[in-house]
Design a protein. Structure first.
Length: 342
């Protein structure tokens, strides 16, 4: 019998989750006590600052069950939060997971979602320290608060970029949106060229080692992850740093699969790189003289490419694209907005 939550009950589900965490979860460090008490208690390491972030994924808004397995949903929900910690140069340590569930949801699916959560946390030696479960009658949701840490003095914020700083980005922004676009059209990964794009959407990889490497150099002036899209998130750096930006079209990183998708759609692949897409790559800025040192720092911990794509200007809020032929075109930053995209 495939037991639903109505059969298992809240506390029966909690017992199963605790058993799973005990069997599969990482040991972690600094957790005094977690699941089972009203509040978790942790001890931060001396010489580190605490980072805290939270993010929610709502069914029908952030994920579609027909496109993703429960395990992929859980993993993606945690990856979204891990990426925020990465963008500050930190590492996650403790997670609080709240679930809104239907009574007819199979208990097995909830445990599979937790398997996905642990897929993200275990390699980082981070743990689920607590959470909450509630019934909801509309779309289900996963709401995660993630607590991490960063070595004191190494935190990288959005607000430090200056005029003339180089703009760098990891990986290939735009792939996740292309993967979702393919699934919306085809419903199933029928083309092998689409598989890397679909993986980028279903199971993004937060850039924790890359973010730590960038922060450890002390050379980056600002950093952010591309949760809303490359141009939309670059705009957040510009807003906090009171700068503008110029982007070189011929320097934008375009992967083979993204180029295939762009040709299939009859669009410019560079436009896909600049558009809305929750890839969870990192954008960071630095003085031009430090570009190679930062690329080398990332290369020592990762094979993820780092591209120099432009520079910051002294025109706050103005964004321009330098086309292949050399002409300049004003850009309107567009990133994911939960309400304007309703």
């Amino acid at each position: 019998m495939n037991e639903t939550l109505a059969h298992v009950g809240e506390f029966g589900l909690i017992r199963r989750i605790r058993e799973l965490l005990k069997a599969r979860g990482a040991a972690g460090t600094g957790l005094i006590f977690g699941v089972g008490d009203d509040t978790a208690a942790m001890t931060p390491r001396p010489g580190y600052d605490i980072l805290a972030t939270c993010d929610a994924m709502v069914e029908g808004r952030h994920f579609v069950r027909s496109f993703m397995s429960p395990r992929e949903i859980g993993r993606r929900a945690m990856a979204v939060n891990v990426s925020d910690i990465a963008a500050m140069g930190g590492v996650p340590r403790w997670a609080l997971v709240s679930l809104g569930l239907h009574g007819d949801t199979p208990a097995k699916e909830v445990l599979e979602e937790y398997e996905g959560i642990l897929d993200e946390l275990n390699p980082l030696n981070a743990v689920v320290a607590g959470g909450n479960i509630t019934r909801c009658d509309s779309g289900s949701f996963i709401d995660i608060t993630l607590i991490g840490e960063v070595e004191r003095g190494r935190m990288v914020k959005r607000s430090g970029a200056g005029h003339g700083d180089a703009i760098l980005v990891t990986g290939y922004p735009g792939q996740a949106a292309a993967g979702l676009g393919f699934l919306l059209e085809e419903k199933a990964p029928s083309a092998p060229e689409a598989l890397p794009l679909i993986r980028a959407y279903r199971t993004p990889t937060p850039r924790i080692p890359e973010g730590q490497a960038v922060a450890a150099t002390g050379l980056a002036n600002a950093m952010i992850d591309t949760s809303d899209g490359f141009l939309g998130d670059l705009a957040h750096i510009c807003e906090e740093s009171r700068t503008g930006a110029e982007i070189m079209e011929d320097a934008l990183p375009v992967s083979g699969p993204l180029e295939w998708f762009a040709e299939r759609k009859g669009v410019n692949p560079q436009d896909l790189v600049l558009g809305e897409s929750d890839d969870y790559e990192l954008i960071f800025t630095c003085a031009p003289m430090h570009v190679e040192a930062l690329k080398s720092a990332v290369a020592r911990v990762s094979d993820v490419p780092v591209s120099t794509v432009g520079w910051m200007t002294d025109e706050p809020g103005r964004f321009r694209l330098i086309r292949f032929g050399g002409g300049k075109e004003d850009l309107e930053p567009k990133g994911w907005d939960h309400f304007s995209n309703a």
